[in-house]
Design a protein around this ligand. Structure first.
Ligand code: NAP
Length: 423
């Protein structure tokens, strides 16, 4: 659980920059509060972009919070507060980087199944939740009973839904996964490891009994192949001797489409085709050619998109195969010809990494460790990102505007909040 011992708070909304202060019941007595309130938010010396830690050991923090559901640009607010020194098993953290995933925005819109509770823990005027589900943090300070972490360690959160879009956080040691041997790894790699690569890894491993004696002779097919999950699936499958048939949407020009195809081929894709090719009459011939007329079976489909694209994936699966739906980017339902169920005995599953991770915490840690090991050895490449630099003085409106584009198609990279505001 996040610590509740915040004593001073102020809100800088992305809409009106209002400022106020709350003293929570049960908070530690803190003499200068009244003085601070009287002169506005000025708890310590400020050094331009650098934040200050007050002489009383309180860490200043900012969090992107929302108190109602809606579009990020309308509901996200930058909330300023301070965090007391850690005690017991508490750990004070500083953000390194946090990605902006489609699910984060769906959560802010209120259309995602998991909804972090709105609370006043951080002293927000209205009960609020901190946005974001994934991120890499650095340990700044530990309580005296913390056994496994020390200052300078890098961590990720064990569970989603904890709110990662914040400059600083205080969490219990038990809620954190330490990144062992962070040498050779970057904040980007760690901040994006626990959702997309874990999803790809588990879907490939857990929904198909691959015949390892036929390494290099079995296939998986996927749409949304240039997504974070898709790129991870390409690379993991390559490592495990599974061929991949990858489907992407056409870009504006044939040249741009070729560039994207080439990018995925360089990651280890066996073949890349477009959505138009997938739903065309030619697709059957293409599959015959790729799979040596079915001698190399397509044994797993990963569906990120839904609609016609999903139907086309299902149609080329070998009898008894699985199609795993994990995304619904087209917002179209998955429609299946009955014959696929009756005569081909196909199995249609869904996968949600949040639920899987909550049920399998140790396996999740092992999966993260495996992916990071591949990353260290250069076998797992970074996803393309559009970095949003978060300095201490960055306005809430700027951050919210960066979040707003997350669900737009044809992006050049995933949004990434990179905190550069110091300790
Ligand atoms: N179930 C789980 O546990 C789980 C875990 C992780 C992610 N997900 C889901 O997986 C999906 C991808 O997530 P991500 O983080 O990998 O995404 P991402 O890196 O942000 O990429 C988004 C992908 O969606 C495609 N896309 C966007 N709008 C589309 C549309 N209208 N029709 C078809 N494709 C569209 C994009 O293709 P273009 O480049 O052509 O626009 C791109 O391939 C999301 O739905 C996300 O919620 C689910």
């Amino acid at each position: 659980m996040l610590s509740h011992r915040f004593v001073r708070t102020a809100v800088e909304t992305s809409r009106n920059n209002s400022l106020f202060l709350t003293l929570k019941a049960g908070a530690r007595p803190y003499a200068p509060v009244a003085a601070t309130a009287a002169r506005g938010w000025a708890p310590g010396p400020s050094f331009g972009d650098r934040r200050s830690i007050s002489v009383y050991g309180y860490t200043q923090a900012k969090a992107l919070v929302y108190s109602q559901y809606g579009e990020p640009k309308d509901v996200l607010q930058l909330h300023k507060h301070s965090i007391s020194p850690p005690s017991g098993t508490e750990v004070t953290l500083r953000l390194l980087a946090a990605p902006l995933n489609p699910a984060d925005v769906n959560q802010i819109q209120g259309v995602y199944p998991s909804k972090p509770p709105f609370q006043t823990d951080l002293g927000t005027h209205d009960p609020s939740a901190v946005a974001g589900n994934e991120g890499a943090f650095e340990v700044l300070a530990t309580g005296h009973n913390v056994k496994t972490l020390s200052k300078g360690d890098w961590v990720v959160m064990k569970k989603t839904g904890q709110g990662t879009w914040r400059t600083h956080a205080q969490m219990d040691e038990s809620q954190l996964i330490k990144i062992e041997d962070k040498e050779g790894l970057t904040p980007l790699q760690i901040s994006t490891v626990s959702v997309n690569p874990v999803t790809a890894y588990r879907m490939i491993k857990d929904f198909c009994e691959w015949d390892w004696l036929r390494s290099g002779e079995e296939w998986l097919i996927q749409n949304g192949a240039n997504s974070g999950v898709g790129r991870a699936a390409i690379q993991l499958a390559r490592e495990w001797g599974i061929k991949t048939l990858n489907v992407v949407r056409e870009r504006k020009t044939p040249e741009e489409t070729e560039v994207l195809k080439k990018e995925l081929m360089e990651l280890g894709a066996t073949a890349v085709i477009t959505e138009s090719e997938l739903v065309s009459g030619e697709f059957r011939n293409m599959v015959n050619e790729f799979t040596r007329k079915g001698k190399e079976p397509i044994r797993l489909a990963l569906n990120c998109v839904g609609g016609k694209s999903a139907t086309a994936l299902a149609k080329c699966l070998a009898p008894g195969s699985h199609m795993v739906t994990y995304g619904a980017m087209s917002k179209q339902p998955v429609a299946l010809p009955s014959g696929l169920l009756i005569f081909k005995n196909l199995v249609f599953d869904g996968f949600w990494v949040s639920r899987w991770g909550d049920k399998n915490p140790h396996e999740k840690e092992n999966t993260i460790r495996d992916v990071l090991q591949l990353t260290r050895t250069g076998k797992f490449k970074d996803i393309p990102v559009d970095e949003i630099k978060w300095k201490w003085d960055t306005e809430g409106t700027e951050l919210a505007a960066g979040v707003q584009g997350t669900l737009e198609g044809y992006r050049s990279g995933k949004g990434l909040l990179k905190y550069e505001g110091g300790d």
